[in-house]
Design a protein around this ligand. Structure first.
Ligand code: GDP
Ligand code: MG
Length: 425
């Protein structure tokens, strides 16, 4: 059984929270793209955790966690994240964490280049998380990156370091006039942060393939959402990796396997971090109210997130991109304080209504068409059964299903593990 959990919107839909819940039924949880640029917040009986690189399954005792080949791994950050979790009482051993030998290493100079470029762009900046993600993926495709498996052969790695550093300095020192990268420092870095990870590195594609053959259930955990996908999202305001469910078998090293199910995580309203077009955006008091109600501040960066009403045009597109078979709707409890709730049902472009998500440049000219529906105006965070939901909340869920053409199976009404209900029970 292979299932993917992916984001329908701009990210921060609550994927970590849903993986934490759903992983109970799985043996393996695998991340297959991105790096430490995003954050998942998980609250369960063990405490509150912020995960940037580790799969949310790390919080379950019997789950094996995999960092796939499609990822970029900041080894310093990973050491620190593992350290924090261990301090919080989480066991991490080569038995429950496996890191792909083919995953790419994010280096300090990638982080530096990310910052240098954002500073150069000044008011035209991309809103990068400054974790080096675009520079490291660029190097991957330039075939000038280091991979995790190289840490197992230090002699060869160190001999390669000099040539790569020389090449990198053409940009760092030559292009940006910044302090040159030093080979000795790069080697020291590998020794300090690579050494403790060696025991976790293996051929994770082979591991997953064998696990699948042995009848194990595998869950793929995506980072960010469909609208941040490098190919299909709001390029160039996207991430640099594929956030799409269909990429999971590739980013996990099992392209021979097919997904059985794609679960899309969709938020009951919209939020977006960073720059780029965000058609149904709230500003001023409306934005502040929703941001406060939803606690919309980035898990990785603490940045206030942009917010807006549920966007049916963008969400329907996200569902199509993710090939979602079903939806887990999150954070609907956040809308409890509203007499009336707005929904963006279409965009207006040059006086015409459109329902299909357009090309990025065109988005700037689109205006949201808003429909108002009656709110429930009471606390629903204690609801655990569909029957306990007020009629207006149920109507809201049914309307989203209709607008997006996909069934909603889970409804999350709080951040805690048990704060959810199932629509088909
Ligand atoms: P991810 O990146 O998709 O995993 O999402 P984040 O963790 O960045 O953001 C989701 C935030 O909402 C986290 O702080 C979660 O604890 C919280 N959260 C998740 N589901 C719910 C929900 O149904 N209700 C409320 N109120 N908070 C939720
Ligand atoms: Mg997040």
């Amino acid at each position: 059984m292979l299932t993917s959990i992916c984001g329908i919107n701009w990210g921060d839909e609550g994927k970590g929270r849903m993986v934490d819940l759903i992983s109970e039924e799985y043996d393996v949880v695998c991340r297959y793209q991105g790096g430490n640029n995003a954050g998942h917040t998980v609250i369960n009986e063990k405490g509150k955790f912020i995960l940037n690189l580790l799969p949310s399954g790390i919080l379950r005792d019997d789950v094996v966690n995999v960092l796939g080949n499609g990822m970029v791994i900041d080894i310093k950050h990973l050491n620190e994240e593992m350290g924090r979790l261990r301090e919080q009482g989480i066991q991490i051993t080569p038995e429950n964490l496996k890191i792909s030998d083919k995953a790419v290493i994010t280096m300090p100079y990638h982080v530096r280049l990310d910052c240098l470029e954002e500073e150069r762009l000044a008011d035209k900046k991309f809103g990068s998380t400054r974790r080096g993600i675009a520079p490291v993926y660029a190097d991957k495709y330039m075939k000038k990156a280091f991979r995790m498996g190289e840490l197992l052969n230090p002699e060869l790695l160190y001999s390669r370091a000099e040539a790569i550093v020389e090449w990198k300095n053409l940009t760092v020192a030559g292009g940006y006039n910044s302090e040159p990268v030093k080979t000795e420092e790069t080697i020291e870095y590998f020794k300090t942060y690579g050494e403790p990870l060696k025991e976790f590195i293996c051929d994770t594609g082979l591991y997953l393939n064998n696990a699948h053959k042995a009848g194990k259930k595998i869950l793929f955990e995506a980072q960010l959402g469909a609208l941040r996908d490098i190919d299909l999202g709001i390029y160039p305001y996207t991430s640099s990796s594929s956030t799409i469910a269909a990429y999971a078998p590739i980013g996990a090293g099992v392209p021979n396997l097919k997904l059985d199910k794609s679960i899309g995580i969709m938020k009951a309203y919209s939020s977006c971090v960073g720059e780029g077009p965000f058609t149904a955006e709230y500003f001023g008091a409306a934005a502040e109210k929703l941001r406060e109600a939803g606690g919309e501040y980035g898990a990785a960066t603490g940045r206030p997130r942009r917010v807006g009403p549920f966007d049916a045009v963008a969400s329907a597109y996200g569902i199509r991109c993710q090939g979602a078979d079903e939806i887990a709707l999150t954070k609907i409890d956040v809308l409890s304080g509203y007499e009336e709730i707005e929904i963006c049902t279409a965009y207006e472009l040059n006086g015409k209504l459109i329902n299909e998500f357009p090309f990025t440049d065109v988005l700037d000219e689109c205006k949201p068409v808003l429909q108002k529906v009656k709110g429930w105006n009471c606390d629903i965070s204690g609801c655990r059964k569909k029957e306990e939901l007020p009629k207006e909340a149920l109507d809201y869920i049914r309307l989203l299903e209709k607008l997006c053409g996909c069934k909603i199976t889970y409804v999350s009404v709080g951040a805690e593990r048990d704060a959810y209900l199932k629509m088909d029970e």
